[in-house]
Design a protein. Structure first.
Ligand code: MSP
Length: 705
């Protein structure tokens, strides 16, 4: 059995950012999960190096197009190594470059096959004609009237709705692909393989696009207008349209049209692929690409899966002008790679748009990783070191000690916890297979919560004081260690380094990367195994410190950034231009800014209470903070700190009804403990707070639900 997964190949005109990294992380995660199951897997990523946009970027930075591509590729290689995504770290198998000679060969072969082919309606698949229309260099796409902004001044060119740059007028003879003849054939593919385009919402978009009628596609340019491309076979005055040629990379990389490559990798062996793409380039992959393959008589891809876009925390598309892009250098410098992987997979509901902010990343890393998985693992291992001489303890409680165990409330039957974890594992894998990473991770964290609770309830530190409870203590620690073993196998594809570290700290050899999570059996962690050295896996991130480093870093780095890297970036309108709204394929959910949904149970976890302010005073030396005493119907009023001093006079708050998050973990601010949080709206650039209140009478302590 084999498996082949691809990311898009990235334009070699500009340096990568979070959006590019994301697809690589998803592909890498999928590839590792397949390898874990022993499936021979091939993972492709790479660069799309031809076309007018790269030619122009090169010209601007005084390089040849090949030098330009080499420069961008060297950055990609450095970046993928730093993020553990390259071959040396068990990541991609090929960094594909469309300037490779074998790609030229394979692309020519595919063209030839299409040129010989008849469409399903009996016409020549490729024909010569005249193209007259508008072209966006940044999209590398011809634009129809509803896809561009008409010029405000007469005679000026229209502009691209996505990039806001002037379109090129194209009027030349060239080759066309008779896409219009493929509508029925494509619709029958979508019909017969409902999983061909995923998720469902995107599939529906594709179907309605095809049903709306397909136009023939111009697939070449005159060499005199675009010279940087693969020559059309037997007609060197023309170069192939960059999208036509770039899509073919997915098969040339593994050997199509080149015997040597076929021997090294194997088209027969690995095709068809699972293509991961952003929703903005879905049409090329789900409509054009299958049509080319149908013409050439080649099997269609396994599936095309489209993910959403990363937006900033306020829901705006990332752009350099707005200054809201996530730079990979900054990410790499301040965060653990696995924390980044976890965050992007947990945060983005696959298929929908997601929001990325450093603060959100820090909060999640601290709560889910440092306080969650990391803490569970280190407290378990530390206790094993302390109470069990650093060896995995025995799991069974002997008959004569059962009563003692029962007295402490510990479930003496380990099958309860084993059953829970098995079920969670199955659900996790089901969600993972469906690429619902966010949901899968939620399920995995239910295991963390369960084991945490078992430990907290059993209080091993008390058990350790009583000789009669030695076996109870051992059993609890065994369950916890075994759960951690399971988690490190399950989560390995998502956090390979951290899971390997946990695995090794458990005293296990090699890596969890060769263990199939579906085959985990409870109790296979061997008693007596000597654990490894216990080290923190996810150190807590000091939010204020890191945020101020990032903020000052980005300010001072603006100049250094504007050196070599910018030579490339300036040449690319794609990320430089403030983009209005994402117009392409915008769904209703995008329009209202809904990016992820929670279950009602998630909401129920937040204990919101009506409170009344009894007193309010300023906090010395903290000009933003007010110290409030709030009655929420409990015996004692709560002391809550609120960052609203610049907007509210303390005395005016007295008696005011407010909403309090009552189950927020207490924390200390400026030496005062804050036992909850006042809920407020936040608006405007500086995030002006407006306290939530009630217009009707409501008793203190009433719950909001
Ligand atoms: N070269 C083409 C792909 C050819 S594949 C045969 C291309 N390159 S690209 O560099 O512009 O984009 C590559 C991928 O990055 C696309 O899938 C795109 O969706 C993704 N992203 C770019 N910005 C993004 C976000 N802000 N968020 C998520 N993905 C984003 O298109």
């Amino acid at each position: 059995m084999t498996f082949y997964v691809t990311t898009p190949i990235y334009y070699a005109n500009s340096l990568p950012h979070l959006g590019h990294l994301y697809t690589m992380i998803v592909a890498d995660t999928i590839a590792r999960s397949k390898r874990q199951k022993g499936i021979e897997t091939y993972f492709l990523t790479g660069t799309d190096e031809h076309g007018i946009n790269i030619e122009r970027a090169a010209e601007k930075s005084g390089r040849t197009p090949k030098e330009q591509a080499d420069y961008v590729v060297s950055y990609y290689k450095k970046m993928t190594a730093e993020f553990g995504l390259d071959t040396a770290h068990g990541g991609y198998d090929i960094f594909m470059r469309t300037t490779e000679p074998f790609h030229y060969q394979g692309a020519s072969e595919l063209w030839r096959r299409c040129a010989k082919a008849k469409t399903p309606k009996g016409n020549d698949a490729i024909y010569k004609g005249h193209y007259e229309g508008w072209f966006c260099a940044a999209c590398a796409e011809y634009k129809t009237e509803d896809e561009y902004q008409k010029p405000k001044t007469e005679g000026a060119p229209p502009t691209c709705l996505i990039h806001d740059i002037a379109l090129d007028r194209v009027s030349e003879d060239g080759y066309f692909f008779r896409l219009s003849d493929y509508d029925e054939a494509l619709l029958s593919v979508y019909e017969s393989q409902p999983d061909f385009v995923r998720p469902e919402s995107r599939r529906n978009e594709v179907i309605s696009f095809v049903k709306g009628g397909l136009q023939d596609l111009s697939i070449s340019r005159l060499k005199t207008s675009v010279s940087w491309g693969v020559p059309v076979p037997d007609d060197p005055e023309h170069t192939m349209y960059v999208w036509f040629e770039a899509l073919i990379n997915y098969i040339t990389a593994i050997g199509f049209g080149n015997e040597e490559r076929e021997k090294i990798v194997g088209f027969e062996k690995f095709w068809p692929a699972l293509h991961l793409v952003g929703k903005d380039i879905l049409r090329f992959h789900a409509v054009y690409w299958p049509a080319f393959l149908l013409a050439a008589g080649i099997e269609l891809p396994r599936a095309i899966v489209a993910h959403g876009m990363w937006l900033d925390p306020n829901g705006r598309k990332m752009s350099k002008t707005l200054g809201n892009t996530i730079e990979l250098d900054v990410l790499q410098q301040h965060f653990n790679v696995d924390a980044i992987r976890y965050f992007v997979l947990r945060e983005m509901v696959f298929g929908q748009d997601g929001r990325f902010g450093y603060e959100g990343l820090i909060d999640r890393a601290n709560s889910d990783l440092a306080s969650g998985l990391g803490n569970l693992s280190s407290r378990t291992l530390t206790m094993i070191a302390r109470y069990s001489e650093g060896r995995i303890p025995a799991r069974q409680i002997a008959e004569d000690k059962l009563l003692f165990a029962k007295r402490t409330g510990v479930d003496t039957d380990e099958t309860t916890v084993a059953g829970f974890i098995e079920l969670a594992r199955d659900q996790y894998l089901q969600q993972f297979e469906a690429l619902n990473f966010s949901r899968a991770l939620e399920v995995a964290w239910s295991i963390v919560a369960r084991i945490d609770k078992i430990i907290t309830d059993a209080k091993p530190w008390d058990l350790a004081k009583d000789e009669n409870q030695k076996q109870t203590l051992d059993a609890i620690l065994y369950r916890s260690a075994e759960a951690i073993r399971w988690l490190s196998v399950m989560l390995f594809p998502i956090m390979p380094q951290a899971c390997t570290a946990i695995w090794n700290q458990l005293g296990l050899k090699a890596t969890p990367g060769t263990h199939d999570p579906a085959k985990l059996i409870w109790g296979e962690l061997e008693e007596g195994t000597t654990i490894g050295e216990v080290k923190p896996i996810f150190p807590r991130i000091d939010k204020n410190k890191v945020m101020s480093e990032i903020t000052s870093g980005t300010e001072t780095q603006q100049k250094p950034h504007a050196t070599a890297a910018d030579a490339v970036d300036n040449a690319q309108p794609k990320t430089e231009t403030p983009t209005p709204t994402p117009v392409h394929h915008a769904t209703e959910a995008d329009a209202v800014g809904v990016t992820s949904f929670i279950e009602i149970g998630d909401f129920a976890k937040v204990d919101l209470r009506v409170g009344q302010v009894l007193s309010a005073e300023r906090v010395p030396k903290a000009d933003k903070l007010l110290l409030l005493k709030i009655d929420i119907g409990e015996a004692e009023p709560r002391q809550v700190l609120a960052g609203i001093a610049q907007y509210y006079e303390p005395e005016k708050l007295i008696n005011r009804k407010v909403v309090i998050v009552a189950n927020l973990k207490p924390r200390k601010l400026r030496g005062f403990e804050s036992q909850g949080m006042v809920v407020a709206a936040s608006y405007g650039e500086e995030g002006r707070p407006v306290i939530a209140t009630f217009t009707e009478d409501v008793p203190n302590g009433a719950r909001l639900k």
